[in-house]
Design a protein around this ligand. Structure first.
Ligand code: ADP
Length: 356
């Protein structure tokens, strides 16, 4: 097991900088998820940790060693890819043992480690099968097993569940969480799926355009997003953003107002805004209660999920707002909808996009 430390890591392709000075500290045994939209640099960052991409600048430490110039096999890492990357002509047993066979490990050690991985992943009964005789989930389990037998200091996962169907993804997600609990190993996991990030991570790193936007626990990011990007990226349905003007500030609250919002007092002290500032109020769909007053709009779309009802309404300015209302709510397009924001749960962002 090992801690991993990235200091001012950069990646340049030609004249384009795609990773722009990233600092991340990953503790021994931590499960860290890199999340962000397609093209933000997640895979590049992971591949630099793995040694599959050169590091243009900065320092990468795994355990106590600077590994910038070490080949992948000497970094104490094992990587699991989206594409499984298992050998079709070998049995599961041979696939699991492959790295140890190459390293000329003694047979007894090989057998013991393969048996241990098969037990952890509950695939003892599949050892003599070939990949073509396995389901997608089982194939990915073989790929994970091949990482386990190497007893790496750090497991690296590059979107490992993306090729699986939705139900299997949920199962495998739970298996990965259990695997982390059982092994206690350092794990770094790349995904564009924020539900995977929220459910698996001890710590999430949100990336955008090669820059770290925020590092924190899933609930820190959900409740205290550092900027508009993180606020919009974490949480489903997305947070609603309403423009407003700061009307008054005192030590216990900030009063904001707009045509859509009416007036709202956020019960917070110490905000970095001034009276007259144009700000953005962030309201999560789950933090809007249905009542006759507050924010008034007209329903344009209703999605019934059984446990909750998503209502999309148009506000006087023309902007849309999404509310997630508990249970099966009897509303229909065209009807007026009054929503009361939970002011203590609202976020406030300055003109710069940073949280106030
Ligand atoms: P993500 O994994 O977040 O989808 P990537 O790490 O794959 O993003 O890519 C980050 C950026 O680097 C993208 O803009 C991509 O086009 C660029 N990029 C990736 N690989 C190369 C390459 N070999 N040459 C030039 N640009 C690349």
């Amino acid at each position: 097991m090992a801690r991993v430390s990235l200091t001012d890591i950069k990646k340049v392709y030609g004249s384009t900088e795609v990773i722009k000075g990233v600092d991340i500290d990953i503790a021994d045994g931590e499960f860290v998820v890199f999340v962000g939209p397609s093209g933000c640099g997640k895979s590049t960052l992971l591949r630099m940790i793995a040694g599959l991409e050169d590091i243009s600048d900065g320092t990468l430490t795994i355990g106590e060693r600077v590994v910038n110039d070490l080949p992948p096999k000497d970094r104490s890492i094992a990587m699991v890819f989206q594409s499984y990357a298992i050998f079709p002509h070998m049995t599961v047993r041979e696939n699991l043992a492959f790295g140890l066979t190459i390293a000329k490990a003694p047979k007894a050690e090989k057998d013991a480690k393969v048996a241990e991985a098969a037990r952890i992943l509950q695939m003892e009964h599949l050892l003599e099968r070939r990949p073509s005789q396995l389901s997608g989930g089982q194939r990915q389990r073989v790929a994970i097993g091949r990482a386990i037998v190497r007893h790496p200091g750090v497991f690296l996962f590059d979107e490992p569940l993306s090729n699986l169907d939705a139900a299997l993804r949920v199962d495998m997600r739970m298996e990965l969480a259990k695997l982390h609990a059982d092994l206690g190993a350092t794990m770094i996991y790349v995904t564009h799926d924020q539900v995977e990030a929220m459910t698996l991570a001890d710590k999430i790193v949100v990336l955008n355009a090669g820059v770290v936007q925020q590092v924190g626990s899933p609930l820190e990011l959900y409740h205290h997003p550092a900027n508009l990007f993180v606020a919009g990226f974490i949480g489903s349905p997305k947070m609603n953003f309403l423009k407003a003007r700061v009307e008054a500030i005192d030590p216990t609250g900030v009063k904001v107002a707009s045509g859509d919002l009416g007036t709202l007092v956020l019960p917070r002290g110490g905000v970095a805004a001034s009276v007259g500032d144009e700000v953005t109020v962030g309201l999560r769909p789950h933090h809007l209660a249905q009542n006759g007053q507050g924010i008034g709009g007209q329903v344009i779309l209703v999605e019934r999920l059984g446990n909750e009802t998503l209502a999309v309404a148009r506000l006087p300015s023309g902007q849309q707002i999404v509310a997630a209302l508990p249970g099966d709510v009897e509303i229909a397009p065209g009807a007026p909808l009054g929503l009361a924001p939970m002011a203590d749960k609202a976020s406030l962002f300055l003109g710069s996009g940073l949280a106030a």
